[in-house]
Design a protein around this ligand. Sequence first.
Ligand code: NI
Length: 213
Amino acid sequence: MLVIFTRPPTNEHQSSAAILDASPFSSPAPYVKKYFMAILKVSRLGHPVLRKVTENISTQELQSPEIQKFIDDMIETMKEYDGVGLAADQVHESKQVAVLEVADNPRYPDKAKVPLTVLVNPQITPLSDEMEEDWEGCLSIPDLRGRVPRYKTIHVQALDRSGNTLDFIANDFHARVIQHEFDHLNGKVYLDRMRDLTTLTFLQEFARYWLRP
Ligand code: NI
């Protein structure tokens, strides 16, 4: 964690990533100890953390500056690697938290947008048996893609990063991303969900053989 001492700017908007400390220096030159967001190292397939069921986060733990900073770092890491979702165990923390956002993403250019969402202790329930197969990739399984069946519509219950209840229905790609991240939190990866491995392809071959009309 990078920690430096800096003078607080006037009119400062304090982000959730920044934590004010009692100044070790005398007034009128107060200093803040400021924590900057960090890009975290992504765990890759084979690391045991990806196969463990992650731990529930208590309300008290969720309020801690450490978890709030960690959530900021997860968001930063997801954006850095053009992911549409990231689970905590993908950055070596076995905790029940995942982040997702589908914006203008070069890896998924044709998908409907999903606002930035933090899911803590998520539970999902399929609302019908209807499943759909589509391509998935994973930051923990670099350079590969494969076709994965997922429920088309799911009911999602979770907490947000402030501890408020989230209760919503997700469809299609939104539902797919949440099922992918939910699986991570339960020690599973998308390869486990493929009906067979015949569509598993490297990205270069994906572009060459599978994207053609
Ligand atoms: Ni993944």
